[in-house]
Ligand binder design. Structure first.
Ligand SMILES: *[C@@H]1O[C@H](CO)[C@@H](O)[C@H](O)[C@H]1NC(C)=O
Ligand SMILES: *[C@@H]1O[C@H](CO)[C@@H](O)[C@H](O)[C@H]1NC(C)=O
Ligand SMILES: *[C@@H]1O[C@H](CO)[C@@H](O)[C@H](O)[C@H]1NC(C)=O
Ligand SMILES: *[C@@H]1O[C@H](CO)[C@@H](O)[C@H](O)[C@H]1NC(C)=O
Ligand SMILES: *[C@@H]1O[C@H](CO)[C@@H](O)[C@H](O)[C@H]1NC(C)=O
Ligand SMILES: *[C@@H]1O[C@H](CO)[C@@H](O)[C@H](O)[C@H]1NC(C)=O
Length: 485
């Protein structure tokens, strides 16, 4: 079920099975292969090359009438009386190859015309944005039975029109009829296809063409989101086709710089009582995270660091783990938004792999999985996204970096070290932010970028802290800091 690394040298010990195979594990496989000897993962994303390129028109197909065909009548198991406009289907991004990306779109139930359009991307690389749609911030969550849905009172569609994209081809329902396409999955092609998707989707839903547009995502989407935003801005400057009205990005527990994120990870393990002093010292003695290659000693001590953690949920270190993955809870009592099921990925898989659900979503029969097993490797992955972050700031984009503070995979220390490397002037000093008289988290505003934490949230922030996550997201869209008391 794992993406096979391109070059095999020695692996980070993967976490115990119960926690294996979700977004950040794909990330660690990739990092491992990037830092291995003989790696053929290209590490660069050269801003200048692309900036000087001539614009070449992208594929745009007529989309008349397709939106109506994509309208979802009702999702199987949807609560009675749920009155929302949902759409889903494929958008072709390359007709020659026969490559199409799947989307799920939820219009805000109230006053949708006055609300922005937000694209959501999960990470991996190679994991599905249906994780976000059905386990984090979408209008429904799946009950523990894997068959029925309950309403998420804190859905992000309360404040925005939410577009979820499965990307690149090979992830979830997104596919290519040219199977060799799967061998070319990487940062660059992912951004290029997502851009073509977007301009075609805007033809299908033309009422959104001039709407304020934002992109949000988490984990390895710390690459996808800034890279797509960059692609859009670059094309907006040159295109005679669609201008996308992008205003900003919000990225959560985002991997944006290999060196600082790696250091932050091991410091977090140590300061959260998950690692010994000896192992922590050895890591900083033997590992050079600035280098693009690892050493046997470094691999040995990083493996030790993961062993020392034991079988905990590294994505949410104080949460229970999934002990009965294949035993679905048949209780008729509906699930609760305040009680996140640790077996969520099995539940998600059960629901989206159901043929009636796939029919309702307008997709062909697919063995749906939350992380891709058809993409054999990742061809290019920038070592750092910081130059793109700088470019976005210089181009006036709103930029929020948020972090659930109980995640040990892409922890708050990783985000802090990465942002520190940008050396931005501080505009609002570190302070708590409040929701319902409780501290929702902490924030520090830099010139051009906001760092904000969510207290008690793991890697998938809205899963465990839905109310705080929605408060944060609303503040982001309004462009105001959440309250200081
Ligand atoms: C790793 O770094 C070396 C030296 O800086 C460079 O020559 C090489 O191309 C890099 N390898 C990759 C895969 O980027
Ligand atoms: C892929 O092939 C199938 C079967 O020929 C076809 O129905 C479908 O439209 C093709 N997909 C794309 C995106 O062209
Ligand atoms: C856009 O420019 C390209 C060449 O750069 C040209 O082929 C195309 O016809 C133009 N399209 C429109 C809509 O003007
Ligand atoms: C690290 O190396 C030591 C000595 O060779 C070995 O005993 C140990 O098993 C290794 N640990 C890991 C986690 O690979
Ligand atoms: C099943 O779900 C119900 C309602 O949420 C809960 O009370 C019960 O403890 C769950 N049982 C198991 C075995 O998880
Ligand atoms: C999805 O369902 C099909 C048919 O029941 C099954 O063969 C396949 O293994 C399932 N895939 C996953 C990822 O669970």
């Amino acid at each position: 079920m794992m993406i096979k690394p391109l070059a095999i040298f020695c692996f980070f010990a993967l976490f115990a099975l119960s926690n294996a195979d979700i977004q950040a594990n794909k990330l660690f496989e990739l990092l491992k292969s990037k830092r291995s000897r003989n790696s053929d993962v290209l590490n660069t994303w050269n801003l200048l090359d692309e900036a000087t390129d001539e614009y070449s028109p992208v594929y745009i197909a007529p989309q008349d009438g397709l939106a109506q065909l994509d309208k979802i009548v009702a999702l199987p198991g949807q609560p009675a009386g749920a009155d929302i406009n949902q759409y889903s289907g494929y958008v072709t991004v390359n007709p020659t190859a026969g490559r199409a990306l799947f989307y799920y779109f939820v219009e805000s139930p109230t006053d949708s015309a006055s609300k922005p359009l937000v694209l959501w991307l999960n990470g991996g690389p190679g994991c599905s944005s249906m994780i976000g749609a059905f386990s984090e911030l979408g209008p429904f969550r799946i009950n523990s039975d894997g068959k029925t849905l309950f309403t998420n009172d804190y859905a992000w569609s309360n404040v925005a029109n939410m577009l979820f994209l499965e990307s690149p081809a090979g992830v979830g329902f997104s596919y290519s009829n040219t199977s060799s396409d799967y061998n070319h999955a990487g940062d660059k092609n992912t951004a290029a296809d997502a851009y073509v998707f977007l301009v075609n989707w805007l033809e299908r839903f033309p009422q959104y063409k001039t709407r304020d547009f934002y992109i949000s995502g988490e984990s390895y989407a710390g690459h996808y989101v800034p890279q797509l935003a960059y692609t859009i801005i670059l094309n907006n400057k040159k295109t005679n086709q669609t201008i996308v009205n992008i205003k900003g990005i919000a990225i959560g527990n985002a991997w944006i710089d290999d060196e600082t994120c790696s250091k932050g990870l091991f410091d977090h393990l140590w300061t959260h009582a998950l690692n010994s002093d000896e192992t922590h010292d050895a890591i900083f003695k033997y590992c050079d995270f600035a280098s693009n290659s690892s050493s046997a000693m470094c691999d040995n001590v990083t493996n030790k660091a993961f062993d020392e953690m034991g079988d905990i949920d590294a994505y949410d270190i104080y949460a229970p783990i999934c002990l009965t993955p294949n035993q679905r809870n048949t209780s008729t009592i509906p699930g609760s938004i305040n009680n996140f099921d640790p077996c969520w990925k099995f539940i998600l898989n059960f629901y989206l792999n159901d043929s009636m659900v796939q029919k309702a979503l307008h997709v062909k029969p697919t063995s749906w999985d939350y992380c891709s097993d058809v993409i054999p490797g990742w061809t290019d992955s920038a070592v750092t996204i910081l130059p793109i972050i700088k470019y976005l700031i210089e181009n006036g984009q709103r930029l929020w970096v948020y972090s659930g503070d109980t995640d040990a995979r892409v922890p708050i220390t990783s985000s802090r070290y990465s942002i520190n490397a940008l050396k931005l002037p501080i505009e609002t000093a570190w302070r708590p932010w409040y929701l319902n008289k409780e501290v929702g988290g902490y924030l520090e505003a830099y010139k051009g970028l906001l760092l904000i934490t969510v207290r008690g949230a793991g890697h998938t922030v809205p899963s465990s802290q839905p109310q705080r996550a929605l408060a944060l997201f609303s503040s982001f869209l309004e462009g105001i800091l959440p309250p200081s008391s």
